[in-house]
Design a protein around this ligand. Structure first.
Ligand SMILES: [Fe+2]
Length: 387
């Protein structure tokens, strides 16, 4: 994260004596990235975070890639999917992945999580398509709402309580850190005036919930293709205070201020986050181009070295036909793609769009999982033919 934040009680100087009311020391923990060279936070615990009571069996998780899937423009029609399971973790169904990123749908029925979870493999970005709730983590409680990107750094211990169903999530898991866009930051990390969002739009955890209770607590840890089950003898929510730059936060797609122009603006103006070998972009309601001869529909383009995924959130996506909210399209590098027949002429004279979509552009090829095959729209590769 790009700004300093603190919650709760912390000592005036780091790595110094900080005592509990009974005279014992609080336990300091550094959560740091890139060794000791990246962003970090310092957390102060009632109990040492190392007190493991029991390690249970690990459970293999992961998704099989589909074999021999050809080079195809791809539409995964997931719009009709209601629930994908009961539990938050079991409901995650990865549809597209490579070494850098995976994209999953996750529509849990809303069972209360009776365990904590941490992802030790990667950062998570949870885009909330439907649902509201609270993300409870060691960093405090964060209200999360429909339309939010919830960015959770790896190893953040958390659980989510949803208000009620239905819950529809797009979960983007990144092997590298997920960051704000570098070209929108000054040399000290502050977001610049021309950025489509500012620090005021980024919501950190608001309330620290310190749990001093002892007792067995289950933690599920994702690492290396397994879900590991650890029993601790205390709650991981025993943090009395913390400060730093590393913490989960929410940013609403509705707070993304679109950048528009006289003629069609290219996709980088929609960029919202960056990560290793991929970017996340937001297409939001906006005024269209205002040159008198402008064509608001996008032009055909060959993304010669990237794969492009669009997740259709809401509104009428003007350059596509046959796409519903909740659908994915994958336009792979190696093939040109563009607006569907009729949509270019139709776009001329339009003054605004209400479309809402999340785009993930990857710089390495994406692969479909076996799970994804059930959602294939067989006609999509031919959908650019005139009627
Ligand atoms: Fe495109």
């Amino acid at each position: 994260m790009a700004y300093y934040y603190k919650l709760g009680k912390i000592p005036p100087k780091r790595h110094t004596q900080f005592r509990q009311p009974d005279g014992s020391l609080y336990t300091e923990e550094l959560a740091g990235s890139k060794g000791f060279s990246g962003i970090y936070s310092l957390l102060y615990h009632i109990f040492p975070p190392t007190r493991v009571k029991k390690v249970l069996d690990s459970e293999p998780i992961g998704n099989k890639l589909s074999e021999n899937y050809p080079l195809l423009q791809t539409h995964l029609n997931t719009s009709q999917v209601e629930t994908t399971g009961i539990d938050y973790l079991e409901s995650r169904k990865i549809l597209l992945m490579n070494q850098d990123v995976s994209l999953a749908i996750c529509n849990p029925e809303g069972k209360v999580m009776d365990y904590f979870y941490k992802n030790a493999d990667g950062d998570e970005v949870i885009f909330i398509h439907e649902g509201n709730g609270h993300l409870h983590s060691q960093f405090g409680s964060l209200r999360i709402l429909k339309g939010d990107y919830v960015v959770i750094p790896r190893t953040t211990i958390y659980k989510i309580n949803w208000d009620k169903g239905p819950v529809r999530l797009l979960i983007i898991e990144s092997s590298g850190p997920v960051e704000t866009v570098k070209r929108y930051r000054n040399e000290l990390g502050q977001l610049l005036e021309h950025a489509p969002y500012s620090e005021r739009d980024i919501r950190p955890p608001a309330n620290l919930e310190t749990d001093a209770n002892r007792g067995e607590v289950m933690m599920k840890i994702k690492k290396g293709g397994f879900l590991h089950h650890y029993i601790y003898d205390h709650s991981p929510m025993d943090v009395i205070g913390w400060d730093g730059f590393l913490y989960p936060y929410a940013f609403s797609i509705h707070d993304f201020e679109p950048i528009t122009g006289r003629i069609h603006q290219p996709p980088p103006v929609h960029q919202t986050f960056q990560a290793h070998n991929f970017v996340i972009c937001s297409f939001v309601p906006r005024l269209f181009d205002y040159h008198p001869l402008s064509i608001p529909a996008p032009y055909n383009h060959s993304n010669i070295d990237s794969d492009e995924v669009l997740f259709y959130v809401d509104g009428n996506f003007m350059s596509r036909r046959g796409i519903d909210r909740g659908s994915f399209t994958l336009h792979p590098g190696g093939l040109p793609h563009g607006p569907h027949p009729g949509t270019v002429e139709k776009s001329i004279g339009a003054t605004k769009t209400e479309e809402l979509a999340v785009m993930v552009d990857t710089f390495k090829p994406l692969y479909l999982t076996e799970e994804a095959l059930q959602y294939l729209d067989e006609g999509y590769p031919y959908s650019w033919l005139e009627d």
